[in-house]
Write a protein that binds this ligand. Structure first.
Ligand code: FE2
Ligand code: FE2
Length: 141
């Protein structure tokens, strides 16, 4: 069983947003699988940490790209959407801090395993109306 399935999130009308969501879901599932393998001593800590680093970078690029598009097309609810991203990044930063401070990988893997709920809700209620607006504006260009 995967941590999160692409079918749980709505399809975006903006291709780059859709691709980003698909990639992020793949990375999340890879972290979950690597964490399981690590517990069974079938994967190394380095392999797991590398995937987590990839995830952290991916989240930042994901949010920054949506924010860039919203600005470019004057999305009226930019502030609301940006605040939602910032709040998530703060929680992510918090989990990273505890992971490093206690040298305990479970601080971040447990965080990652709790994220699907947020992602599904965010994509379906915040990204969806944003992508519908953006797609309309892009077609007017
Ligand atoms: Fe998104
Ligand atoms: Fe978003």
């Amino acid at each position: 069983m995967a941590l999160i399935y692409i079918e749980q999130v709505e399809d975006m009308n903006v291709e780059e947003m859709q691709k980003t969501h698909e990639n992020e879901i793949k990375i999340l599932n890879a972290i979950d699988n690597l964490a399981i393998s690590y517990d069974r001593r079938e994967a190394t800590l380095e392999e797991l940490e590398k995937k987590i680093d990839e995830y952290v970078k991916h989240v930042h690029v994901h949010f920054a790209n949506e924010e860039r598009l919203m600005k470019e097309y004057d999305f009226p609810s930019y502030d609301m959407h940006k605040t939602a991203h910032d709040m998530f990044l703060e929680e992510l930063q918090h989990a990273i801090k505890y992971w490093k401070r206690y040298e305990d990988i479970t601080k971040i893997t447990n965080f990652v395993r709790r994220t699907p709920e947020w992602i599904v809700l965010h994509v379906n209620t915040v990204d969806l109306p944003t992508s519908n607006y953006l797609a309309k504006k892009m077609n007017q260009k």
